[in-house]
Design a binder for this molecule. Structure first.
Ligand code: IPM
Ligand code: MG
Length: 360
């Protein structure tokens, strides 16, 4: 039985309570003797600021670099919103992604059929939705220089830079095409090539990389149109590959197709160590109330098994366990509807862990 070192960074807000549920799932996997784990907890975000004065302390950096994979809850909250920009909790997340060179962020938006009524869109529009957003994660406008707020001609000027190097586009395009190969063999690359030169290059390079993937169908779409098409007819998409900021925005839109932001997991890969986190934030408004949905975090554990531990069968089992619990009618508040059984975060975690025992 293989042993994996996992850095567990629960973070802030609902982070600790959803993380607790993910750990229940790991426990079942261990009890079933599929793998064993060495869990190392570290501080990141607001909780790290409270203890060390900075959001991503050296101690945590060392911890993640020694791990086989990193599991993260969420960071941030109103308590730290007024801090100087460079030490805000969100900076830790960007620092972590960069440190791990996790340039490819996979965000699967797949509808669980029992949740068809939970989506704000019509059932015939969302039924069967299965989109993989491949978001570039360590470059683009999130990281480009120059940046900042400066004084110019007697007024303040805010600056960010959208910049992509050829190799950065090449490697994310490859991930997108390789991902499509294991799915429905279609990639839609999203850019704003009618306005932004950086994405003119994006479109060119993606088209060049495509020459090595004749079996994959490639299309291009402007981001404004893509946002509209996601709402209009999401089933047209298989893999969508896009820049850091467009991926941030479009993946939230895709999440709502599945009923709730609380459903979407993510894997950030490309470096030696993978990073796994729900795409939702720390939701400070509902923290500590036992109402957060732990499914995105639990499914992020699933992705960890496929992408870091080469055990895709565990992801399949976790997915099946979630499906079972939803079929039995259990719902957290965000996905609840009339006639279903409302459960809290803890109970949802217990139910999925129990179901997993029968799926492994
Ligand atoms: C996400 C989040 C982060 C991002 C924030 C919290 C920095 O919105 O993971 O989508 O913009 O990448
Ligand atoms: Mg986001």
């Amino acid at each position: 039985m293989e042993n994996f070192k996992i850095a567990v960074l629960a973070g802030d807000g609902i982070g600790p309570e959803i993380m607790k549920q993910a750990l229940k799932v790991l426990k079942v996997i261990e009890q079933k003797k599929k793998a064993s784990f060495e869990l190392k907890e570290g501080l990141i975000g607001g909780c790290a600021i409270d203890k060390f004065g900075i959001p991503f302390p050296e101690e945590t950096q060392q911890l993640v670099l020694k791990a086989d994979a990193v599991l993260l809850g969420a960071v941030g909250g109103p308590k730290w919103d007024n801090l100087e920009f460079s030490i805000r909790p969100e900076r830790a997340l960007l620092g972590l992604r960069k440190l791990l060179q996790a340039f490819a962020n996979l965000r699967p938006a797949k509808l669980y059929e029992p949740l068809i009524e939970a989506s704000s869109l019509k059932p015939e529009v969302v039924s069967g939705v299965d989109i993989m957003v491949v978001r570039e994660l360590t470059s683009g406008i999130y990281f480009g220089e120059p940046r900042g707020i400066i004084e110019e001609e007697g007024e303040r000027v805010g600056i960010n830079t959208l910049k992509y190097r050829e190799h950065e586009i090449k490697r994310i395009a490859k991930v997108a095409f390789d991902t499509a190969r294991k799915r429905h063999k279609r990639v839609c690359s999203v850019d704003k090539a009618n306005v932004l030169e950086a994405t003119v290059l994006w479109r060119e390079v993606v088209t060049e990389v495509h020459k090595d993937y004749p079996d994959i169908e490639l299309s291009h779409m402007y981001v404004d149109n893509a946002a509209m098409q996601i709402i209009r007819w999401p089933k047209q998409f298989d893999v969508m590959v896009t820049t850091n900021i467009f991926g941030d925005i479009l993946s939230d839109a895709c999440a709502m197709l599945t009923g709730s932001l609380g459903m979407l997991p993510s894997a950030s890969i490309g470096g030696k160590i993978g990073l796994y986190e729900p795409i939702h934030g720390s939701a400070p408004d509902i923290a500590g109330q036992d109402i957060a949905n732990p499914i995105a975090t639990i499914n992020s554990v699933g992705m960890m098994f496929t992408h870091s531990f080469n055990m895709p069968e565990i992801e399949v089992a976790i997915d099946k366990a979630v499906q079972m619990v939803l079929e039995q009618g259990y719902r957290t508040k965000d996905i609840w509807e009339k006639g279903k059984t409302l459960v809290g975060t803890e109970k949802m975690g217990d139910l999925i862990a129990e179901a997993l025992e029968t799926c492994l």
